[in-house]
Ligand binder design. Structure first.
Ligand SMILES: [Zn+2]
Length: 150
């Protein structure tokens, strides 16, 4: 969006051998009316519009792939729960009965009252072996399970 006056100035500048005076005149007219700033804004706006035009699509793609992989992982991580939920619950009750309800994470030493600390099975075979269980907060439990899967 160039004003007519600017266009004239540019035409003049291009056509004739530019004296320093003519050059000064052009820059002055550009400075004085501050159209360059406006033009820059328009250009900027156009660029932003272009960005937002292709971004949502790529964002969608990215979010889909981001959703897919953790979901798959989560399901894999929950293999122990499949088919034997009752068995897992009963062995968990057995652990709590024998070792008590944990309230301190044995890894990061965080103390959480209530159900914030889990009994985690070290070898993930959920045997009735009291030495096979450690207290872990949710965060450490998640990290622990993740490492175990590798
Ligand atoms: Zn912890």
């Amino acid at each position: 969006m160039i004003t007519n006056k600017q266009r004239e100035a540019l035409k003049l500048g291009r056509g004739h051998a530019q004296s320093t005076e003519a050059r000064k005149h052009i820059s002055d007219s550009l400075k004085g009316r501050k159209p360059t700033e406006k033009q820059l804004l328009v250009l900027e706006k156009g660029r932003k519009n272009r960005d937002t035009q292709w971004k949502p699509q790529s964002k969608k793609k990215a979010s889909i792939s981001a959703i897919n992989s953790p979901l798959k992982k989560r399901n894999e991580q929950h293999w122990a729960w499949k088919g034997d939920k009752a068995g897992y619950r009963s062995i968990h009750r057995w652990v709590v009965r024998n070792l008590g309800r944990p309230n301190q994470c044995s890894k990061c030493k965080k103390i959480v009252l209530g159900k914030g600390i889990h009994w985690a099975n070290i070898n993930h075979k959920y045997k009735r072996n009291l030495k096979d269980w450690i207290r872990l907060c949710v965060k450490c439990h998640r990290a622990f399970d993740k490492n175990k899967r590798k």
